[in-house]
Design a protein around this ligand. Sequence first.
Ligand SMILES: [Fe+2]
Ligand SMILES: [Fe+2]
Length: 134
Amino acid sequence: MTSWDPSLRTGHSVFDLDHQQLAMLLDLLEDSLSMLPDSAYPATMSQRLLLEAREHFRREEAYLRHDPSPESAEHMASHDEFIVLLQSLAAAVAKGDAAAAAGRIAEARTMFVDVLLPADAAMLAVVDGAGAVR
Ligand SMILES: [Fe+2]
Ligand SMILES: [Fe+2]
């Protein structure tokens, strides 16, 4: 299953590539759990996903602090919530609990599309409205 779809673009090329990469890492993790379950690959992917998500949120939060809006605090809280979910995913992978890992992956995909990407679209609309250069 592919998590990324061009309709998920926000219009910010750097953030869109970040999002595409996060979606791809979720796919790689899912596939590695079913195809290479006894290898180190799933654990490596789950740690890489955490690292890349943290880096991405750091980049976005620099934006949010530069042009704060009433939604900024909630947006940053959703980043923290996603990191907690990815930590729980990494813990399930480390324990070899494939069913729990699959559940966390499904939750992460839902949160990505239903919460994180809409918050980013709203953030970029605020930045554009303030006349900032993308
Ligand atoms: Fe984002
Ligand atoms: Fe965000």
